[in-house]
Design a protein around this ligand. Structure first.
Ligand code: FE2
Length: 289
């Protein structure tokens, strides 16, 4: 599944691109079944993960400074909806917001359909990636009636590097304006990213702060409705958002981010750092050798 020149041009001019049929209906079903198996395993585990809430609407990033989040880069961890006091209940009884950030590494089904998936490599070679790796993966739930909004942002705010980063986002249900599809500000990737989510020196780099938060003009966003299994490619600098899921239908999505390692420096201030010895993210291929 290579991109043709017209698709590459469109991605370069708009900052995002829809590629139909990245996953077949059977593959979408397989991913949904696997995530439910992971949830069941967790419920039945004698060592249940402590869990945390996640609210992508909070601007100061306080909820992301918990140790549970900060150490989740190379693990499969569970994040729940941040409900209002009125709706509040035990953490593990809340609806899940996402399971993240290393499904592509620890789970064979997710690994085969991301890291080891031929279509991933073909797409990345079309975009000129030389030595790409997956730095994070997430299964996002956006449950019917409760799935929260994600405020406008560029992914590069959270993934700071001198090289390119691209998000691959695949809904496992049809994504529409009522169940919380993505919205983009086309061409906004040509502006430099202004806000950065950085580890802070005062806390010995154990927590984060959003430096220079930006406001965005809602009238510039266009909806990006796509079918289950389609791929949406997202440039690290393009501004995008999604609204609350107000429908009766869920909007599950699997997404992962790819960073270029060739001639690129990963910022030490990112919350997400490569681990292992030598420290690295999960390599997809290396055309530099
Ligand atoms: Fe994003």
């Amino acid at each position: 599944m290579s991109l043709n020149q017209q698709q590459v041009n469109q991605f370069n001019s708009q900052g995002f691109l829809v590629v139909p049929n990245f996953y077949s209906p059977e593959q979408c079903k397989l991913l949904k079944a696997e995530i439910h198996r992971i949830i069941e395993d967790e419920k039945n585990s004698t060592h249940q993960s402590e869990g945390a809430t996640f609210n992508a609407e909070v601007e100061d990033g306080k909820q992301n400074t918990e140790k549970y989040f900060m150490e989740s880069g190379d693990k499969i961890r569970f994040f729940y909806e941040d409900l209002s006091e009125k709706e509040s209940c035990e953490l593990q009884d809340r609806p899940l917001n996402k399971i993240a950030h290393a499904l592509h590494w620890h789970n064979n089904v997710f690994k085969q359909l991301s890291l080891d998936y031929n279509k991933t490599s073909s797409i990345l070679r079309s975009l000129g990636y030389v030595k790409p790796s997956i730095c994070q993966s997430m299964y996002i739930f956006k449950r019917e009636k409760v799935g929260g909004a994600v405020r406008p942002h560029a992914d590069g705010t959270f993934l700071m590097t001198s090289g390119p980063v691209v998000g691959l986002w695949m809904p496992l249900e049809d994504a529409t304006v009522t169940n919380g599809c993505l919205w983009f500000e086309p061409g906004s990737h040509r502006n430099e990213i202004q806000s950065f989510y950085e580890r802070t020196e005062e806390s010995n780099f154990k927590t984060m702060k959003l430096r220079n938060p930006q406001q965005y003009d809602d009238s510039k966003f266009v909806p990006c409705e796509v079918k289950a299994g389609d791929l949406v490619l997202i440039d690290k600098a393009v501004i995008h958002k999604s609204e609350k899921n107000t429908s009766e239908k869920p909007r599950d999505a699997f997404t992962f981010h790819v960073n270029e390692n060739y001639n690129a420096d990963w910022s030490k201030l990112n919350w997400l750092q490569p681990t292992g010895s030598p420290a690295s993210f999960s390599k997809i291929y290396d055309d530099s050798i």
